[in-house]
Design a protein around this ligand. Sequence first.
Ligand SMILES: Cc1cc2nc3c(=O)[nH]c(=O)nc-3n(C[C@H](O)[C@H](O)[C@H](O)COP(=O)(O)OP(=O)(O)OC[C@H]3O[C@@H](n4cnc5c(N)ncnc54)[C@H](O)[C@@H]3O)c2cc1C
Length: 452
Amino acid sequence: MKNHDYDLFVIGAGSGGVRAARMAAGFGARVAVAEDRYLGGTCVNVGCVPKKLYVYAAEFGKSFKDSRNFGWEGGTPVFDWATLRDHKKAEIARLNTIYGNLLSGAKAELIDGRARLVDAHTVAVGEARYTAEKILIATGGWPHIPKFPGSELAISSNEVFDLAQFPKRLAIVGGGYIAVEFAGIFNGLGAKVSQLYRGPLFLRGFDDDLRAHAAQEIAKSGVDLRFDVNVQAIVKTATGLQVLLTDHTTLEVDAVLYATGRKANLEGLGLENVRVTISEAGTIDVDADFRTSEPSIFALGDVTGGIELTPVALAEAMSFARRQFGGVESAVDYDFIPTAVFCQPNIGTVGFTEDQARARFGPLRLFKSTFKPMKHTISGRDERTFMKLVVDRASDRVVGAHMMGPDAGEIMQGIAIALRAGATKALFDSTIGIHPTAAEEFVTMREVWRED
Ligand SMILES: Cc1cc2nc3c(=O)[nH]c(=O)nc-3n(C[C@H](O)[C@H](O)[C@H](O)COP(=O)(O)OP(=O)(O)OC[C@H]3O[C@@H](n4cnc5c(N)ncnc54)[C@H](O)[C@@H]3O)c2cc1C
């Protein structure tokens, strides 16, 4: 091992790379990490963190209105984009420093620059060459905007956080969670938002009842939702951008945000110099140990095209470091990964959708609850919460929980533990609720809504 400069060379200091580097160094490995853009990667700089900060900003708008019937008086405050953007920038800069300190504290060496594979044990950063026993590719993903007339006028999630001017009229293209979240953010901040999706209903992969409820609530909240439509062209005009749609209508907007997908970040990585194989989807193929087809090279996180979430990249990094440097077997358990969509109200979900559960387990019992949140009985806001439990009839095990309502993400984390523990519906029913909360509804859904 000591013949190489390092035991581990990590390419990319994002969620997965930083965690793998720190843990491997903690096991005594000599570690270097190359990063060419920003410490903390997508999540910290142009993903989860700035997104959630903007979600908080967006939710104030409606809360000011909600407060009136609770006795709060006064004019509605005015939103200033530059204030939000610049406070966000300062917070991200603080986090970048923390990530740098985490690496130096762990005695992992940070190398500033874009890394390129030279051979199975050598990485180049600029003119410098480094050798390592093992190399980890954790280069994440990058937004992909398809080519069409005027596509160069569209922006991606990378740019939207730092726009010089607030886009008062915004078209968002895409139906995944990122598109849905940005629609909620800019709608909440006061923009006129149109969300365009080429399929019949957005949030593919989520439970169908939840998707239908989300479409209804998001439309009520003011987003102009348009399904079965796509963009043909974008044309610059004197007053903004004209978006020509496949249904022969047009939209006049200030910006067009494309959130239609991300691709593995492999550009200039030097993969042609090693035997790493790439899948049809353009992601790096790995085995259960995160090993590529080149035995000394590993990959994890978004670049492998698995479940593209920060906690998954972190879990993979910990598993990798434990196994390769700690001598501990620790496979990642991908079952029952909870997730949230920070739209308004939030979505939280864990486990199987109804359709997936039926295919996997057979006959089901389904429980559903929809209600107006207690707060809005007074605020007057027209918003309804949705909750659904999917239960395997044979075992009584709860195999899916889906919610759209305030704090759904927070609530679902605890439900995820119960589902992973194999909780039955009887156990949910015998659990005493916390009153008055929305969450207690999960333990008081007595009536079967539908069953097979
Ligand atoms: C808008 C948005 C919102 C999101 N919201 C959430 C959320 O709420 N919750 C959640 O769990 N996940 C969220 N995600 C997903 C999450 O950000 C990713 O799953 C996570 O960051 C993946 O981590 P990673 O380590 O694989 O890659 P990344 O975090 O992307 O890190 C890769 C790093 O590698 C660097 N790099 C790339 N190539 C090279 C090279 N050749 N040399 C040197 N450095 C290189 C990059 O600059 C980057 O810093 C969001 C993503 C986006 C885009």
